[in-house]
Design a protein around this ligand. Structure first.
Ligand code: HEM
Length: 126
């Protein structure tokens, strides 16, 4: 039987722990407040779950790379913010006991989405 990354990290219970811890870290980071503050908590948790799902390769057609660009349009997400989000994910994976080799695979899945998530601000483009 093929082992997925999802299985490797401990399945659904581990994912829930990771998503909750990830959410806490993102909303508490002053550098990311401008992106996440004031947004609906349930939607944000759904965001973090979607992100972790993509990362684990458990993507549905709904969460593929092609929809990443429209989902993040107008949010002016910088390279630095993208890096910070990934750093927080790495920290929570490590704290959850995910082995470094598995975390590296997870981050390698997310890195190619950078060009769709990081978009120049609409005003700066004028
Ligand atoms: C690396 C991979 C990422 C993935 C896979 C991802 C995934 C998604 C998805 C699927 C949505 C649409 C969710 C929805 O419509 O409910 C979304 C929206 C959003 N994303 Fe991401 N995201 C990523 C990175 C980031 C980063 C780096 C930031 C900010 C620093 C960010 C901030 C947001 C915000 C603010 C929304 C809108 C949420 C809302 O409408 O309330 N995302 N993302």
């Amino acid at each position: 039987m093929r082992t997925t990354i999802y299985d490797e990290i401990g399945g659904a219970p581990a994912v829930t722990v990771v998503v909750d811890a990830f959410y806490e870290r993102l909303v508490a980071d002053p550098d990311l407040t401008s992106y996440f503050a004031g947004r609906d908590m349930a939607r944000l948790k759904a965001h973090q779950r979607a992100l972790v799902t993509v990362a684990l390769g458990g993507t549905s057609e709904q969460y593929n790379g092609r929809m990443m660009h429209p989902a993040h349009a107008g949010l002016s997400i910088t390279d630095a913010a993208f890096d910070k989000v990934l750093d927080h994910l790495l920290a929570v994976l490590t704290a959850a006991g995910v082995p470094p080799v598995t975390s590296a695979k997870i981050l390698a899945i997310l890195q190619p989405l950078r060009s769709d998530v990081v978009q120049p601000s609409l005003t700066a483009a004028r």
